[in-house]
Write a protein that binds this ligand. Structure first.
Ligand SMILES: [Zn+2]
Length: 150
């Protein structure tokens, strides 16, 4: 098992210490508290990442619908805060969906980089993906290609 302080937050991906109950400590990223604080690290679980991606997507849809409704009603004034919120949420949707994609790709990328690093250097320094993700990736692929190398 990894030593203390080498677990990654599900949302921001920064290495953080864990509390005694196995959740990531309180931390801030660029201002507000990181939404991954108080949840297990990505090595143990990814439910928070998936849930947060859904929450952000829904919040963006709501903000976009509110602005669109005002535009269609030809409102005299649209609160710039609402427009800014829509833009910020759109950026967050892109960021978090890339993060989810990168998380899901992890076993595949690890296998590729392991093959490359073993060939070039004879050893591997990448962090291996968490077991639950490897098992899930194996299920998704079916019995065709076992992940023996991991
Ligand atoms: Zn975080």
């Amino acid at each position: 098992m990894s030593r203390r302080g080498s677990f990654r937050c599900q949302i921001c991906g920064r290495k953080k210490h864990l509390r005694k109950n196995g959740t990531v400590v309180h931390h801030h990223v660029g201002g507000p508290q990181c939404p991954g604080a108080g949840y297990p690290p990505i090595e143990h679980d990814d439910a928070r990442l998936v849930g947060y991606a859904g929450e952000i997507g829904a919040a963006y849809e709501r903000a976009a619908a509110a602005v669109k409704r005002l535009e269609e009603d030809r409102a005299n004034w649209i609160d710039p805060v609402l427009v800014a919120r829509r833009r910020l949420l759109a950026a967050e949707v892109v960021k978090i969906s890339r993060r989810v994609q990168r998380h899901l790709d992890w076993p595949e990328r690890y296998r590729r980089s392991m093959a490359l690093q073993m060939e070039k250097f004879g050893y591997v320094w990448s962090d291996p993906p968490p077991l639950y993700l490897v098992e899930r990736a194996g299920e998704a692929k079916g019995a065709g290609e076992p992940l023996n190398a991991l």
